[in-house]
Design a binder for this molecule. Structure first.
Ligand SMILES: Cc1cc2nc3c(=O)[nH]c(=O)nc-3n(C[C@H](O)[C@H](O)[C@H](O)COP(=O)(O)OP(=O)(O)OC[C@H]3O[C@@H](n4cnc5c(N)ncnc54)[C@H](O)[C@@H]3O)c2cc1C
Length: 531
């Protein structure tokens, strides 16, 4: 029978893991470091390292906490009854957003383009998303607005780009987006917001948007119905644009997302009248890249917290990290995180290479898959902390609450999966480019070869199937793990690639923590977070 030491105080705190010491989130992340080098972003390592240190600093954690727990409030009128539409934001929100802007997370590849610009930005975005998912919304929108403006309205780009790309929080400008209406978000053709041509090249917009991003943005890209059909406009925040309320959301609670009414605000056309969807898709493709980087970042944060906790917490006489069932869970979380980061960095490079067929297809596939995997990953990482993980102090509830957003925003799960099917038909170069990338690892792992063989067969019969949409998710999932496996087989240490192929292509189970016997779990955990 165990003896109890009766000389100990009943309230001595035992067996609670210490606070995570300040950690350079870049230095600690081998998958990110290697990805940055491999995808030609090595020249940015110093600036990425600098942000990695800040992202893992105690000061940043405190700002995150304050911004999350001091939620924004909308003040629509002043005491004289004048419309003001001001959002009160905690100073910590401004601190977090300022860091992102001053480090050019909204603009890096656009200013002075050099090979690897999108890759360096992706690494910065990955790190700062671990500090604040909320501020990354206006950061991402601003980054993504530039290609839409350049393509669709060069004169507006010339007017706005200098401010939208400025690394100055006070003098620069931010861009937002308003597409979604009550009657349809995925199906934006159902939009009823109206754009009346004024005859001088500009339009007046009338209608309501059920979701609009960060109200303090200076400009917004908006969809509205013009005479020739759904069209894309740039509007400048001001009279004629009234914010009605902020959304009371599950997650990203520090971020004010809003509902807005347009009553005659001036809009400038982007692209052609009636071609609003292609115009805004230029923006959406870039924000989808950020969704997948953000999901990978959330996984990375979950792994750090879970591994740290398990190293210090004992149960049944041993640290959790030495207990086989926990080893399986932690290593499974670690390979998912590494696969997500490695894929995100590869896809970021396709934006530098201007490799349109691969970029377009791979972004759709991996946006679907990485964002879908994120909530279960966050839940499992949270569970590694036991009851503490369910309590706000741990930070895990915020990670969990934020995790489903990526899979709703910029194309919900089904819509993303159907987008991949559409791309197979409408952009016939995309699928072959994607498969060719997967095949670069051909012959290196029999499980991957077998998976690619099955995939080719199912793709061959897919478009002839009675109802391809019914199986869309399954096909996209198979494509996604094929790319992840191919990248890991070529670039990751053998233990990681082996575990991924065994767990995701072989006879692994269905939830995290079901890697088959024989994988080197300890090596994967040590790689994920050095002790
Ligand atoms: C925090 C947050 C911030 C947001 N910010 C913005 C913003 O800044 N600007 C903006 O414009 N919008 C924004 N949105 C809105 C978001 O883009 C939409 O909610 C999203 O596109 C889905 O649209 P919906 O809500 O109308 O759902 P619906 O389109 O009604 O979809 C409901 C469900 O049906 C599925 N579905 C839809 N079509 C099909 C189909 N053909 N086949 C099978 N299933 C289908 C979807 O996958 C989804 O699961 C934001 C949303 C959130 C949660």
């Amino acid at each position: 029978m165990a003896t109890i030491d009766t000389t100990r105080s009943t309230h001595e705190v035992l067996n609670q893991p210490p606070r995570l010491e300040p950690l350079n989130l870049f230095e600690a992340d081998l998958a990110l470091r290697e990805g940055l080098e491999r995808e030609l972003g090595g020249w940015g390592a110093d600036r990425v390292r600098e942000l990695g240190a800040l992202a893992g600093a105690q000061e940043t954690r405190e700002h995150m906490w304050r911004a999350e727990h001091n939620e924004p409030r909308l003040r629509t009128h002043d005491r004289y009854g004048h419309r003001i539409d001001e959002v009160e934001l905690d100073p910590s929100w401004h601190w977090l957003l300022r860091v992102a802007v001053e480090r050019e997370l909204h603009s890096l590849p656009w200013g002075d383009p050099q090979p690897g610009g999108h890759v360096v930005r992706a690494a910065l975005f990955h790190l700062w998303s671990q500090a604040s998912g909320g501020v990354m919304c206006p950061v991402s929108m601003t980054y993504a607005a530039i290609p839409a403006l350049r393509d669709g309205a060069p004169e507006l780009a010339a007017q706005w780009e200098p401010r939208l790309t400025l690394a100055d929080y006070e003098r620069g400008a931010l861009a937002g987006m308003a597409m979604t209406e009550k009657q349809g978000g995925s199906d934006v053709r159902a939009n009823t917001t109206r754009a009346d041509a004024l005859g001088d090249g500009s339009y007046e917009l009338w209608g309501h948007k059920w979701f609009c991003s960060y109200p303090p943005c200076d400009v917004f890209l908006v969809l509205a119905q013009a005479r020739a059909g759904l069209s894309c406009f740039l509007i400048e925040r001001g009279p004629g644009m009234e914010f009605q309320r902020l959304k009371d959301k599950l997650g990203t609670r520090s971020l004010p997302s809003s509902e807005v009414e347009f009553s005659g605000i001036r809009g400038q056309l982007i692209g052609e009248e009636g071609r609003g969807i292609p115009a805004i898709i230029r923006m959406v493709n870039h924000t989808r890249l950020d969704c997948l980087i953000g999901a990978a970042a959330g996984m990375r944060r979950g792994v750090i917290e879970a591994v740290h906790h398990a190293r210090y917490r004992h149960a049944f006489g041993a640290p959790l990290i030495e207990q086989p069932a926990m080893l399986n869970v932690l290593s499974d979380l670690a390979i998912e995180s590494e696969a997500a980061t490695t894929t995100a960095m590869r896809i970021a490079r396709s934006y530098d290479d201007d490799d349109a067929p691969f970029r377009r297809f791979a972004t759709a596939v991996m946006k679907y898959w990485t964002c879908k995997r994120a909530p279960a990953h966050a839940a499992e990482a949270l569970e590694c902390l036991g009851g503490n993980g369910f309590v706000e102090d741990s930070g895990m509830p915020q990670l969990y609450r934020d995790s489903p957003l990526g899979s709703i925003w910029e194309g919900s799960g089904n819509v993303s999966a159907l987008d991949v099917l559409r791309a197979m038909v409408k952009e016939p170069d995309g699928l072959p480019a994607f498969i060719a990338e997967c095949e670069l690892a051909g012959g290196a792992d029999a499980r991957l070869d077998a998976h690619l063989g099955r995939l080719r067969n199912s793709l061959a019969s897919l478009l002839d199937a009675a109802d391809p949409q019914f199986v869309a998710r399954r096909v996209v999932e198979d494509l996604a793990v094929a790319l992840q496996a191919s990248l890991l087989v070529r670039h990751a240490p053998a233990v990681v690639a082996d575990a991924f192929c065994a767990g995701r292509l072989g006879d692994g189970g269905r939830v995290y923590g079901t890697l088959p016997a024989g994988v080197d779990a300890r090596a994967m955990i040590d790689r994920a977070l050095a002790a």
